[in-house]
Design a protein. Structure first.
Length: 264
């Protein structure tokens, strides 16, 4: 069993425009599927991946309902959709309640595209409600190739707000902070509910950096993720093989941790 905890897919009519636009913004970054759910499933089949978590982003306050309705509709045995809210929207708490009521297991935030600092005090009621509902939270962490200047999602920001989530699982994507590996190692305290996914690490993260995260936080706190379509699943699995995992660690990262979090 292999579960990819960090993927993206777009509706059929939007996928091509979304891929080309996002790729252009990030300096013509390559992509490895056609961006559609069917394209994601084909890539999973080619890569030997059984299930994937599909992450949505409510980039505007006005599109939360549409995005979450599509997530509910897209949810299936192999594609497990998370919802999203804009944390500064007036109805963010109500939308979180609706997400939980629809049976979606988690939410995704991308502070760069949503233009908020993780530790903005206005977000605190949202984090508390997530904790009350027991939803899983995945946060883009660190730099993003499409943005420059102030970083809205530095590791120390997440460390400051972690207590607000209570015991609800929080996943620091991109091995805790893309292009901020030193900050990742120094900022995070080992916590029962803090996890890291390995997405977009292939050719970008020194293997010793992920090894250090595993040694500090434990293999039971690391989840395999690719960031498909922006990174190939097989490449990300090859990266894991370069870290020097034991068979027990590999099984935890590739599927057992995900199965526990998703209740599979």
């Amino acid at each position: 069993m292999i579960i990819d905890f960090h993927t993206h897919a777009f509706p059929e009519g939007l996928a091509k425009r979304a891929l080309t636009g996002l790729s252009s913004r990030a300096g013509n970054m390559p992509f490895y599927t056609d961006g559609t759910p069917d394209g994601l499933l084909r890539h999973m089949d080619e890569s030997g991946v059984d299930k994937a978590v599909v992450l949505q982003i409510a980039t505007r306050k006005e599109n939360m309902t549409t995005i979450n309705n599509a997530a509910e509709k897209g949810n299936s045995e192999r594609l497990i959709y998370f919802g999203s809210v804009h944390p500064l929207a007036e109805n963010a708490l109500e939308e979180l309640d609706r997400i939980a009521g629809m049976g979606l297991l988690g939410v995704k935030f991308h502070p760069e595209y949503q233009d908020f600092d993780i530790d903005d005090k206005r977000c605190e009621p949202v984090y508390r409600r997530i904790g009350e509902l027991g939803l899983i939270t995945t946060l883009h962490m660190g730099r993003d190739l499409g943005f420059f200047g102030h970083c809205h999602c530095a590791p120390e920001m997440l460390e400051r707000v972690m207590p607000l989530f209570g015991s609800a699982p929080v996943i620091a994507a991109h091995s805790g902070g893309y292009a901020m590996w030193e900050e990742t190692m120094s900022a995070y305290t080992r916590r029962d509910n803090l996890y890291f996914d390995t997405s977009f690490s292939h050719v970008h993260l020194p293997p010793k950096a992920l090894r250090a995260i595993i040694d500090k936080h434990g293999a039971e706190k690391v989840l395999f993720g690719s960031d498909s379509p922006w990174s190939p699943m097989k490449g990300e699995m090859s990266f894991l093989d370069s870290v020097g995992l034991s068979e027990t660690e590999r099984e935890l990262i590739l599927h057992k941790n995900a199965e526990r979090l998703l209740g599979l």
